[in-house]
Design a protein around this ligand. Structure first.
Ligand SMILES: Cc1ncc(COP(=O)(O)O)c(C=O)c1O
Length: 293
């Protein structure tokens, strides 16, 4: 039995389990867990960002990002199937007091063009609309079927957003899958983003944990919000030890996941009644319709 419902059902490898058992630990609320500190330094280095913060979940990383980039009453522009909008329990409203402006991606890829984003922005409309405070991107895009956004596409959006003074957050829960599919580095794929969240706990195989990346000041402030939201953990080097292995070792093997996903998709396409768009299978997600069976 191979459970293919989600890349979140992955279990830690034997190497991760022994690293967890032997992990050097300290109180991470005091910033004194050496394994967490090493993980944060390595993540920042790999993404070429100034700093990184270990957070319990991708949702917390995303929502701290929304909180820090926005003011209550503002709007966050995001593709309509985006995780931050649909699957994080209304947290933008509950935690940050912002509304979300969902935008349809014309070609269905989940990757908004700058023109699509621009048409949804509220800039300099002081008496009518809630002003846009943030643009959120997602790479790969989960509910668009694991589609990928190139470094060039992301750079174009960020450059245009920055000209208007708008920050860009990347929900890169599966950014390493995008990097493997495009043969581009995660640093290039997120180079111009003001903040990035990525998950250790999905295709990279760690049992828990995500990272939030950004400037030194931004990450310093994000520590307060992590604590405020109940995400300040103590001897959490036990999890970071698995996270370090996920970060260093797992990206090398993601192409195998992608090859297996394609093989599965091609096999499914041959089953009468199963409907699947093979062109949309770009990474490790295979979405198909069995209503005809
Ligand atoms: C695109 C995307 N972002 C964020 C998350 C949230 O991650 P977590 O489940 O760790 O909160 C997920 C989880 O599936 C996701 O698919």
């Amino acid at each position: 039995m191979i459970d293919l419902r989600s890349d979140t059902v992955t279990k830690p490898t034997a190497q991760m389990r022994s690293a967890m058992a032997e992990a050097e630990v300290g109180d991470d609320v005091y910033g004194e867990d050496p394994t967490v500190n090493r993980l944060q330094e390595r993540a920042a280095e790999i993404f070429a960002k100034e700093a990184a913060l270990f957070v319990p979940t991708g949702s917390m990383g995303n929502q701290i990002a929304v909180k820090l980039h926005t003011k209550p009453g503002q709007e966050v522009v995001i593709e309509e199937r985006g995780h931050i909008f649909n699957y994080e329990m209304g947290a933008p409203a509950a935690v940050s007091g912002v509304t979300v402006r969902p935008v349809k991606s014309g070609d269905g890829s989940g990757m908004l063009t700058w023109d699509e984003i621009a048409s949804a922005l509220h800039i300099d409309q002081p008496y009518y609309s809630s002003p846009t405070g943030l643009i959120c991107l997602e790479n790969t895009h989960n509910f668009a079927g694991g589609s990928v956004m190139s470094a060039e596409h992301c750079a174009e959006i960020c450059e245009n957003a920055h000209k208007l003074g708008l920050p860009v957050h990347m929900d890169g829960a599966r950014i390493f899958n995008a990097a493997a599919a495009l043969n581009q580095s995660v640093a290039d794929l997120t180079k111009h983003c003001d903040s990035v969240q990525f998950c250790l706990s999905k295709g990279l195989g760690a049992p828990a944990g995500s990272m939030l990346l950004g400037s030194k000041d931004y990450i310093l402030e994000s520590r307060s919000w992590r604590k405020r939201l109940g995400g300040g953990m103590r001897q959490v080097g036990i999890l970071a030890a698995a996270g370090l292995i996920a970060l260093e070792e797992s990206p090398k093997r993601l192409h195998e996941d992608h090859e297996n996903a394609r093989k599965l998709a091609e096999g499914l396409a041959n089953i009468p009644g199963v409907s699947i768009d093979l062109e949309k299978v770009a990474t490790n997600i295979v979405i198909f319709d069995i209503s005809g069976t």
